[in-house]
Design a protein around this ligand. Structure first.
Ligand code: RFL
Ligand code: PHB
Length: 395
């Protein structure tokens, strides 16, 4: 016997998109059930994004989950763009009047999980065999096996697919009604977390003939660094010493008196890079949000911000649908969200293409010409700043 319960919105996935959506719906007085196939500890332990746009920070603050972010996060006026012998600061505040914030996705997830617990709404972690049903009807449902091994079903008025790139929600849309774009890049990132104070005040994005490098951070004592590597490379090939040597060379240790401080590496892994968009983001009573509908390469720091922007639009559309019986915003959701998705897809591709080495001398000269232009032209720098620091919600 399948145990059946009902709610208004069934949310699949407890990443930032699912958790924030559940909070926004709660503020609208809309009930939800959250289903996640991993444990809470696993979700909290995943090291991912670190940069929040101003509009993401403002939204989080407006809805009461921004206190710790404002206290413990770090405001950054801009980034450095660098290539051998040259480092240039792009000041977002000067160019477009907005900074960005460094606050780990793990911290944001913790804040959102606490808000979910405080709201007293039902969440199921460690669920298995999640399947979506009747999404073309007004009573869609999700079936799953609970952590205790019990087959269960939650019936709702809406299903929100916030289950990331590998989740089942996107595949519930009939293939003949869906169009996807998938672009793989010929490089990957090796990411490390290190117990060492950052050697820089703002993030450094470095072009180098041996490959891109990025110096980011999580706190005054923890640095986050990335190296461009081959997608087929094995993390076993990268000893800690080799990682620090490559970072030092690519980030320009010793140039103009700047030094990279090395320290104990606490986590390292290789991440593939892709651009992916699936349309439409809504079919019947199923709405996709975040990585379930689109993936960007991390060079533009956009993935988490897109997930936040999607659910900001979606929560308003669902409130109109479920509270006022108005379907116009729900009908417009896919088109509205995709405008920002394609803008960020282009920006992420542009940053990636400008900064990664692919062994072609002609391309390298074009990249350097582009980097010099961004560093020296106020108009070009303002374009980067406008996209990086973030467009308004509802763009
Ligand atoms: P998530 O975070 O992947 O969450 C989806 C959740 O769904 C669960 N799930 C299921 N649940 C139930 N049933 C199933 N069958 C399920 N299958 C999956 C998963 O366990 C998970 O908990 O997607 P969401 O919420 O859309 O959030 C998206 C962001 O996590 C992602 O875009 C960012 O992390 C991307 N990203 C960055 N974004 C930024 O905005 N700024 C950055 O600086 C930035 N840096 C990064 C990044 C992503 C990275 N990686 C590892 C991909 C740096 C890295 C290294
Ligand atoms: C990070 O801190 O993890 C980070 C920062 C900027 C990016 C990507 C990742 O573009």
């Amino acid at each position: 016997m399948v145990k059946s319960t009902s709610t208004q919105v069934v949310i699949v996935g407890a990443g930032p998109a699912g958790l924030l959506l559940s909070h926004l719906l709660d503020l609208e007085g809309i009930a939800s059930v959250l289903l996640e196939n991993r444990s809470g500890e696993y979700v909290l332990g995943r090291i991912r994004a670190g940069v929040l746009e101003s509009s993401s920070v403002e939204l989080l603050e407006q809805v009461g989950v921004g206190d710790r972010l404002r206290r413990e996060g770090f405001e950054h006026r801009g980034i450095y763009l660098q290539w051998p012998e040259e480092r240039h600061h792009i000041d977002f505040v000067d160019h477009v009047g907005r900074p960005v914030w460094i606050y780990g996705q793990t911290e944001l997830t913790k804040d959102l999980m606490q808000a979910r617990e405080a709201a007293g709404q039902r969440s199921f972690y460690e669920v298995d065999d999640v399947t979506l049903h009747d999404i073309e009807s007004e009573r869609p449902s999700v079936r799953f096996v609970s952590a205790e091994g019990e087959p269960r079903e939650v019936v709702g008025q809406v299903v929100a697919g916030c289950d990331g790139f590998h989740g089942p929600s996107r595949h519930a849309i009939p293939a003949d009604l869906q169009r996807t774009w998938d672009h793989a890049y010929p490089y990957a990132w090796l990411g490390v977390l290190a117990d060492v104070p950052p050697s820089t005040d703002d993030l450094i994005y470095a072009w180098h003939p041996e490959g891109f490098a990025l110096h980011s951070m999580r706190s005054e004592t923890v640095s986050r660094l990335y190296l461009q590597v081959d997608p087929d490379d094995d993390i076993a090939n990268w000893s800690d010493d080799r990682i620090w040597e490559s970072l030092a060379a690519r980030l320009g240790d010793g140039q103009n008196g700047w030094h990279l401080q090395a320290g104990p590496i606490t986590e390292k892994s290789i991440l593939p890079m892709r651009s992916f968009v699936a349309t439409p983001m809504r079919h019947g009573r199923l709405f996709l949000a975040g990585d379930a509908g689109h993936i960007v390469p991390p060079t533009g720091a956009k993935g988490l911000n897109l997930a936040i922007a999607d659910v900001a639009v979606l929560s308003g559309a669902l409130a109109a649908l479920l509270k006022d019986g108005r379907s116009d915003l729900a009908d417009a959701y896919s088109e509205t969200a995709l405008r920002r998705v394609w803008r960020c897809t282009h920006f992420s591709w542009w940053m990636t293409s400008m900064l990664h080495a692919h062994g072609d001398d002609f391309d390298a000269q074009l990249q350097l010409a582009q980097l010099r232009w961004v560093a020296r032209s106020g108009a070009a720098a303002a374009g980067l700043a406008e996209n990086y620091a973030g467009l308004p919600i509802g763009y």
